[in-house]
Design a protein around this ligand. Structure first.
Ligand SMILES: [Zn+2]
Length: 127
């Protein structure tokens, strides 16, 4: 477990938690042995389960731990650029549920404008 934690760069308690959550280990091994490819697959599946797809105008709230509608959203230009020098923005607003600050990175300055198609699909409540 200690070697796994060091290899992956997490605290040993995190690696021990993975074992309790069902990370595959070599049966009967003491100290516990793991197969690297099995650990990778376990962590990939764990990450996929946690992943939240955000709709337009939605933000992920770290307090509510879910996708929420943002209120009082403002676009801040990031000093960095993406791709071929395209500007990108931090959309910052308030969570409509708890009032906490929510952030989202976007290629479009308008939270209701699809960054990929440029189509506007406003939520009237957000204007
Ligand atoms: Zn919230």
């Amino acid at each position: 477990m200690k070697e796994l934690a060091e290899t992956v760069g997490v605290h040993i308690r995190t690696a021990q938690g993975w074992k309790r959550e069902g990370m595959p280990v070599v049966p009967g091994s003491s100290p516990v042995l793991v197969m690297g490819c099995e650990v990778k697959a376990f962590l990939r599946a764990k990450r996929a389960k946690r992943k939240v797809c955000l709709g337009e105008g939605q933000f992920y709230c770290l307090s509510c731990k879910k996708a929420v509608i943002g209120a009082n959203v403002a676009a801040l230009v990031n000093p960095a650029t993406i791709g071929k020098g395209k500007a990108f923005y931090t959309l910052r607003g308030r969570c409509a549920n708890c009032g906490g600050i929510v952030n989202r990175f976007s290629a479009a300055p308008d939270p209701n404008r699809n960054a990929f198609t440029g189509e506007d699909s406003s939520y009237d409540t957000m204007r």
